[in-house]
Design a protein around this ligand. Structure first.
Ligand code: FAD
Length: 290
């Protein structure tokens, strides 16, 4: 089913994100994780894409597994480091497998300063247009409640986001954020720019101290004092940290749903036990709000 139909039908969507293994040896474990996630009846499961294209085949294979399990897959696809021909090959493969939803991303710039991108795609909006030209897809894009790290101003980032939506995005998924007020303010500003597509809130459960440092480096996300004190107090005790991180994510989700946010996307990080706990905490809330 297309994401646009799901988002129109449901009052609340709940979904998960997983990533493909770097090596084929990890493949079965990811499929096992999918098999558990499917039991929570998510509206869709998204699968990330290696920016260099290295894990592209695995993204398609996992998306197919999700589809065969009866859940709608959302396949991520990046473009900066790929030629148009490479991108078209993956898009055609998705189409051949009956995968109808693509999250079209630019991808991060490789750290290697000597790397010169092929130049066929500069922005995610170029990919959005290409995927839509190529087949019958529903295409979404990424958005950044705190602004994309490369953007000097939130305002220009929102102008660029509007271009991406105008290129044909039917929905947006947010970067992780830890302060819901960041999202509420973003939604208000996006509306004012004329961005009317559904925005799905990406929630990252912080379950270990090392992970949060890495995530903040990548996303520049603001860490409220409340989450910093959790890490200070429990960062050295893995099980306690995990429990605190699950509680924090649960609280974030409940606040978002109470305030009318209609899409919750849990960055599952292939940890089905974390999703199990969160879904246990919100099962009635989801049942009532859906
Ligand atoms: P864009 O929308 O192209 O934006 C990137 C920057 O360019 C922004 O600063 C924007 O303001 C600017 N810009 C955009 N259009 C224009 C324009 N027309 N003119 C001038 N400037 C412009 N990475 C992966 O490698 N694999 C994944 O699977 C993956 N999944 C992700 C999922 C989500 C929900 C999110 C939020 C991010 C994901 N990323 C993934 C990371 C993403 O690739 C990076 O954040 C990347 O730096 C930007 O991608 P984008 O699609 O948002 O790019």
């Amino acid at each position: 089913m297309k994401m646009s139909d799901i988002l129109e039908r449901r009052k609340l969507t709940v979904s998960f994100e997983i990533f493909p293994p770097k090596q084929d040896s990890g493949f079965e474990a990811v499929l096992g994780c999918v098999d558990e996630l499917v039991t929570y009846e998510p509206d869709f499961i998204s699968v990330t894409y290696g920016a260099g294209g290295g894990t592209s085949a695995n993204t398609v294979r996992i998306a197919r597994h999700i589809k065969n399990a009866g859940i709608t897959p959302l396949a991520h696809l990046t473009c900066l480091s790929s030629t148009a021909e490479e991108v078209r090959r993956v898009v055609d493969e998705l189409s051949a497998q009956g995968i109808q939803n693509v999250l079209a991303l630019r991808g991060d710039r490789p750290k290697d300063p000597t790397f010169v991108p092929p130049g066929d795609f500069k922005h995610a909006s170029d990919l959005v247009a290409e995927v839509l030209r190529r087949g019958d897809f529903c295409v979404g894009g990424a958005c950044y409640p705190e602004g994309h790290p490369e953007s000097a101003h939130m305002d220009s980032d929102l102008d660029n986001l509007k271009k991406k939506v105008d290129a044909g995005c039917s929905f947006l998924t947010t970067q992780m954020f830890f302060d819901n007020n960041m999202l509420y303010s973003f939604l208000y500003r996006a509306q004012a720019k004329g961005i009317k597509v559904p925005v799905i809130a990406g929630i990252m459960p912080v379950t270990n101290a090392a992970q949060i440092k890495r995530m903040v480096e990548l996303s520049n996300a603001y860490l409220p004092p409340k989450i910093l004190s959790l890490v200070d107090r429990f960062g050295e005790s893995p099980e306690a940290m995990k429990q605190a991180g699950i509680a924090y994510a649960t609280e974030q989700i409940i606040d978002l749903v109470s305030n009318g946010v209609r899409g919750i996307h849990i960055y599952a990080m292939n940890k089905s036990d974390v999703v199990r706990s969160i879904m246990g905490n919100i099962s009635e809330i989801v049942r009532v709000a859906r």
